[in-house]
Design a protein around this ligand. Structure first.
Ligand code: SF4
Length: 288
């Protein structure tokens, strides 16, 4: 059995930056129980548990944060209105929004300011999508597939701009663009908001899918970019399994494959990837 690991398996720049900011804050804080995070800092349960053990409090609503506390805005960003509410309540904000998400927000703000409606390819309930939508000046339509876009009742009398959640599938986005561009009556400006980290990880996953019989994708079940890697591998006809930890590896099944690929989402700590690799390697040694 051979094991091939993607070079970019694990943390991206945005996640690294967010955790660096949180770590620096924890080191400086006199009382850790005054540090709050609105929603999980990243979509990885092991990382969230680690920070909870250090005294950092994760809440789901801004109402749960007392005045005088510090709140860390996670890598996915936060809706504008919620940020304003926090500021009005005198809560100190440490902004750990990924610069790529901020850049996407600024593009949306700029291009919708003159009346263009936003077409957003993303998961409607995802926190990043909520953040992106809050920067659209007017009408905004969200869809999560090419079919979803085709079903929109678009008005040729209006102007539109198309953006995507930063972690969406670049190939699906391209088919959405192709589909919109075939409709010559529509005026659509394309904004390129899928981030490089996502694009590179998806490209690597496709290369891996072509070389192996089965791909393990490690990352939180809530992690959008991890789920996307699973979809990308399966779309290329290779079996894939999404797991959060090495304990979930289906060892009996895996020992029958000649080549196994390993990749991970952008919010998966390297310790988890290394542990999965270690277990796969011991399976490989056992098989020899
Ligand atoms: S996946 Fe991209 S957008 Fe998301 S945190 Fe990482 S670098 Fe930022």
């Amino acid at each position: 059995m051979e094991i091939l690991k993607a070079q970019r398996a694990g943390f991206c720049m945005g996640v690294d930056l967010a955790l660096c900011k949180l770590n620096a804050l924890i080191q400086q804080a006199e009382q850790r129980n005054t540090i709050f995070i609105l929603g999980s800092i990243i979509h990885n349960p092991q990382v969230v548990r680690e920070y909870a053990a250090k005294g950092v409090i994760t809440v789901n609503s801004p109402d749960e944060i007392p005045a005088g506390s510090t709140v860390v805005i996670r890598a996915h960003g936060i809706a504008r209105e919620i940020r304003e509410t926090l500021e009005q309540r005198g809560i100190r904000i440490v902004d750990a929004t990924c610069p790529k998400v901020t850049a996407a927000c600024m593009q949306i703000k700029k291009h919708t300011a003159n009346g263009r409606a936003l077409l957003l390819y993303g998961e409607a309930t995802h926190p990043e999508v909520q953040c992106l939508l809050s920067y659209a000046a007017g009408e905004a339509l969200v869809f999560d597939s090419c079919q979803g876009c085709e079903q929109l009742n678009l008005d040729p009398a209006k102007q539109y701009c198309l953006a995507a959640q930063t972690t969406q599938d670049k190939d699906i986005l391209q088919s959405i663009i192709d589909c919109l561009q075939q409709r010559k009556e529509l005026d659509v400006t394309i904004l390129h908001t899928i981030c490089d980290a996502t694009r590179q990880r998806q490209e690597e996953a496709i290369l891996l899918a072509d070389k192996v019989d089965f791909v393990i994708v490690a990352g939180g079940y809530e992690s959008s970019n991890t789920r996307r890697l699973v979809q990308v591998v399966r779309a290329h006809g290779t079996e894939a399994l999404h797991i959060e930890s090495a304990a979930e590896l289906p060892l009996d099944k895996l020992r029958h494959y000649a080549r196994i690929g390993l990749t991970a989402g952008a919010s998966t700590p390297k310790e988890i990837v290394n542990e999965i690799e270690r277990v796969l390697t011991s399976l490989q040694e056992h098989n020899c």
